[in-house]
Design a protein around this ligand. Structure first.
Ligand code: ATP
Ligand code: MG
Length: 415
């Protein structure tokens, strides 16, 4: 688990502001759900035989004997909240969330035990139009973040009945070739053979080339849904590849599944993943409402922003240098006045006095491009000195009565 330090915060803010802006332009509304839920919620929703539930959840017994888990993902909790609060009366509903998730995985590059996701979930819409909307929305988010080269892979998992038939024939094929499976895959063979499609082992991948393909087991309706989805993506100009072996780690998916992948982050290159989960609301005790959604890994996106399009860091515009008691009192009031008058102006005032020299040292460390100096002379003359700290512009004296317009103009020039 990591701390997010102030020096990285501009990346988080830029990502979160961008996501919030884009999602709201599509009519998505934010929902905030607890970090802790009853373990049974995740066991039921995600599936007992998944990695997440089998070995990745942080679970503990509460004082009264309840088994609780830190949420490993957001969808199960959103479904619970939607049912408990009767939000489906207005279906279709478009929701989004953001926050920390917890999985006890082996920590490695791109995988931590606390990480953050932005997710979107839509309930009550069965057609492929909404699946495609989710993806064009992702693409818009990548554009706004200035990110390039994130490729999209899609697949269809069909219905659970179709998947069961496929599962049987895949199981037969893999059992016949058991000697070519690694320990991890043998472990999954009887419990969840579809997960073997996801194996990173080159030998297993080689074997899978001859394995039966899920697409051949889809009926007309599922194929129609998938085709509709793909032609909508084409219409939106969203490029994709069909990956017939793409499955998702959680059990609740059906029909559309997708991943957005970058090759710039090494082995953990999936920055966003999701799909349709038409059975999930019913599993949780609701009517069989269809659902579809995605989750983005914020840390991975931020790592990619660092590679490609880091936004400027947030530093104060102004460090306020004040010499003498009288100037300090006047300076603090002046700073208040400017904050009131000039929207968005960031002023950091010097604390604890000190010589000009030591105050300028702090001004330098603050990263501010400007120092505003208020000494005895300035106080007497009704002026301040504005000194440019990061370039050769030098310094100038400015009358107090034009300070407001000077700074408004300054901010205008910056943007
Ligand atoms: P994988 O097969 O790589 O384990 P997953 O199926 O567990 O992926 P999801 O549950 O779909 O991943 O999570 C969606 C996204 O959240 C991932 O694509 C990734 O960007 C991010 N994510 C998942 N687990 C972690 C983690 N432990 N640390 C950092 N980010 C993560
Ligand atoms: Mg995982």
């Amino acid at each position: 688990m990591h701390d997010v330090l102030p020096s990285d915060m501009h990346l988080w803010h830029f990502l979160e502001d961008t996501v919030r802006d884009v999602l709201s332009t599509y009519g998505y509304r934010e929902i905030r759900i607890p970090v802790l839920e009853k373990t049974e919620l995740f066991a039921r929703a995600i599936g007992d035989a998944t990695d997440v539930v089998e070995k990745e959840m942080s679970t503990f017994e509460d004082r009264n004997g309840d088994l609780l888990s830190l949420r490993p993902e957001g969808t199960a909790g959103v479904v619970r909240a939607v049912l408990q609060n009767g939000l489906l009366y207005a279906a279709p509903v478009r929701l989004w969330y953001m926050g920390p998730m917890f999985r006890r995985e082996r920590p490695q590059k791109g995988r931590t035990r606390q990480f953050h996701q932005v997710g979107a979930e839509v309930f009550g819409a069965a057609g492929p139009d909404i699946d495609a909307e989710l993806l064009v929305m992702c693409q818009r988010i990548w554009q706004k973040l200035g990110l390039e080269g994130i490729r999209l892979e899609v697949n269809s998992l069909g219905t659970s009945r179709e998947r069961a038939a496929y599962r049987e024939s895949l199981h037969r094929f893999l059992s016949d070739n058991r000697d070519r499976l690694d320990a991890d895959s043998i472990n999954r063979l009887d419990r969840n053979p579809l997960r073997i499609l996801d194996s990173k082992n080159p030998g297993v991948q080689e074997l899978l080339r001859d394995a039966p393909v899920l697409n051949d087991y889809l009926g007309e309706e599922s194929l129609g849904h998938f085709e509709g989805f793909r032609s909508l993506l084409d219409g939106f100009g969203v490029a994709y590849q069909v990956n017939p072996r793409l499955v998702r780690g959680l059990d609740y998916y059906s029909h559309t599944v997708f991943e957005w992948i970058t090759s710039e982050l090494g082995a953990q290159g999936t920055v966003c993943a999701g799909g349709r989960y038409d059975g999930l609301v019913e599993i949780q005790g609701g009517r069989p409402w269809p659902g579809v959604g995605f989750a983005m890994g914020q840390e991975r996106l931020i790592e990619l922003m660092r590679h490609q399009a880091e936004p400027p860091g947030e530093v104060p515009h102004v460090y306020l240098v004040m010499a003498g008691e009288e100037a300090t009192a006047g300076g603090l009031q002046l700073a208040e006045q400017l904050r009131r008058q000039v929207a968005g102006l960031r002023i950091q005032s010097n604390l604890g006095g000190g010589s000009f020299k030591s105050q300028f040292k702090r001004a330098d460390r603050s990263g501010a491009p400007l120092a505003v100096i208020l000494g005895e002379d300035e106080l007497r003359e009704g002026q301040v000195t504005v000194k440019h700290l990061r370039d050769q512009t030098g310094q100038e004296k400015i009358n107090l009565d034009v300070l407001e317009s000077w700074f408004k103009n300054y901010l205008r020039m910056l943007n």
